[in-house]
Unconditional design. Structure first.
Length: 168
């Protein structure tokens, strides 16, 4: 297993982990269920930790796609820049979540103001993680670029099968 495998294996965990943590924290906060809020905070801490090898393996993944026909290095660089912003955001969010958990150990309960702060940072972090993940997907999935196009746009009115049937 090399860095490319590590990157492809782990890169979805911080994105989905942040989303899961955000949803869980939302329920925990609004339903006043401290156990849900704590589970959300721990989920974010773990997601932040998993983001470290995912981010660090990105450079090796970048080198692996250099020179592959159809891979735009502009797209790769765009993904790298977005991933770096998302990486720092998840590390900051993870640190805030860990701080909130540690503060609750002293006081016994979670501070609701800190939970709101976590909700804000998790929301921003998820948006940044989703954007970075989407830009990473466009590197090898050109169909992502085709948003808004209907099937047949840019093609002639008749399909290849119809042309073949008519002897064209």
């Amino acid at each position: 297993m090399n860095g490319v495998h590590v990157h492809l294996l782990l890169n979805h965990i911080p994105i989905l982990g942040t989303l899961f943590a955000l949803i869980l924290l939302g329920f925990g906060y609004f339903l006043r269920q401290e156990i849900l809020a704590k589970a959300a905070l721990w989920t974010l801490v773990v997601s932040a930790l998993v983001s470290i090898p995912s981010f660090l393996s990105g450079e090796e993944a970048e080198h692996a796609v250099e020179g592959i026909i159809g891979v735009s290095m502009v797209t790769v660089e765009e993904h790298e820049e977005q991933a770096e912003v998302a990486y720092w955001a998840i590390l900051i969010s993870g640190a805030i979540a860990l701080g909130t958990l540690l503060a609750s150990m002293k006081g016994g309960t979670l501070n609701r103001t800190l939970l709101l702060l976590n909700l804000f940072f998790m929301t921003v972090t998820f948006a940044l993680m989703a954007r970075a993940g989407n830009s990473g997907g466009t590197i090898r999935h050109p169909e992502i670029h085709a948003t808004g196009q209907t099937q047949g746009e840019g093609q002639s009115a008749t399909s290849d099968d119809e042309q073949h049937e008519h002897g064209e």
